[in-house]
Design a protein around this ligand. Structure first.
Ligand code: ZN
Ligand code: ZN
Length: 358
């Protein structure tokens, strides 16, 4: 399983004139080697595949990390990596500068032979992780389906009169009962004016009738996350709130239609942003359109004003425009989408027409 990934990584190293990469970020270690424990590093380069963990993970590493890796057990992981490096040959060793602390970097530099040059090389594994293989897509599809079924189960008992926090906890329980490793993130359940906070924390406050409720939730299954948002009505709405919903739905559907290999994240973001701007809500859509999802809930590529990555087959991204009217309501509609060679496959299964749940 890790074989083609290590090869893809080594091809990237050649482009950057690196002889090897020291991978310290645990999510990157997991992607590269299959190891899901909490303490390990990996070193990969042409002819070099070393994996170092501590004694607690002796048997887990033997189960999860493939034969192509030389597995080592040590207390001081970076010290062990340094010891194993040939001291005579000049070597450009990349390290993950977004992960390795200044302190660990100094310790590593002190332990390495003088012939080794440490080169900041963060982001290489993250860029590779952005393109999912079929097995990863299947896992994320499974997480999305599980999350959909869990929410449907919770909605059966209604929303009005139950607290935001109660609904959030019920969603987490329902996902765990259905076999999720965990909730991929703390669910957002935000009614009325509280929905105008994009990252609202659920409150011990009953959900009223006749307003909008934003629910953003996701499951983690076999290490992979899902992420979806639906906004529900709890009865008859003020026509202004209904109009906001229609604008967001239109923006979401148009942006979704633009998702395919070729455009940049910024270009797809602009599709939704133009519709929301034209409706007079430019200042009410302050976040990006979406993000990649995989082993982490937020990863490459970004779909935002800053998104320069070109979308490619194998990316899994969210499309989640929102309009947040302070003091009134918020609406966000988010789908999880796999980009295919021909276009895309929507992994989120719940309908997007405004649904009334009382
Ligand atoms: Zn979300
Ligand atoms: Zn999201």
């Amino acid at each position: 399983m890790s074989q083609p990934r290590a090869e893809a990584l080594i091809a990237q190293l050649a482009e950057r004139e690196l002889d090897a990469l020291l991978v310290t970020n645990l999510v990157n270690v997991r992607w590269l080697t299959g190891f899901s424990g909490s303490n390990a590093v990996a070193l990969a380069g042409p002819g070099v595949r070393r994996f170092v963990t501590d004694f607690r993970y002796l048997s887990q590493a033997a189960e999860q990390v493939g034969e192509s890796w030389e597995r080592e057990i040590a207390t001081d992981l970076l010290g062990r990596v340094a010891e194993g490096i040939d001291s005579e040959t000049p070597l450009r060793l990349g390290f993950d500068d977004e992960d390795l602390s200044v302190k660990r970097h100094a310790t590593l530099a002190g332990a390495l032979p003088g012939s080794v040059q440490l080169v900041a090389a963060g982001g290489i594994v993250e860029q590779l992780r952005a393109v999912k293989d079929a097995a990863e897509i299947a896992k994320i599809r499974g997480a999305a389906r599980l999350a959909d079924a869990a929410l449907e189960e919770v909605l059966e008992a209604g929303l009005v009169g139950r607290t935001e926090r109660e609904i959030a906890m019920e969603i987490e329980f329902a996902m765990r009962r259905r076999g999720a490793d965990a909730s991929a993130f703390s669910p957002i359940v935000a009614a009325g004016p509280h929905g105008a906070l994009p990252h609202a924390v659920p409150r011990e406050v009953p959900i009223p009738a006749g307003t909008l409720v934003v629910i953003d939730w996701g499951a983690q299954l076999d290490g992979y996350a899902s992420d979806c948002t639906r906004t529900f009505a709890t009865g008859e709405l003020d026509p202004r709130d209904r109009a906001v919903y229609d604008v967001v739905l239109h923006a979401q559907e148009e942006a979704l239609a633009a998702v395919r290999p070729g455009p940049t994240g910024r270009e797809v973001d602009a599709v939704a942003r133009a519709i929301i701007d034209d409706a007079g809500h430019a200042e009410h859509f302050g976040h990006g359109l979406g993000h990649g999802v995989g082993l982490e809930v937020h990863e490459a590529p970004r779909l935002s004003k800053q998104g320069t990555d070109v979308l490619a087959a194998g990316n899994i991204v969210t499309v989640e425009p929102g309009v947040y009217v302070p003091g009134a309501i918020g609406v966000r509609i988010e789908d999880l989408v796999a980009i295919t060679p021909e276009g895309h496959e929507v992994l989120s299964g719940l309908p997007k027409e405004l649904r009334v749940v009382t």
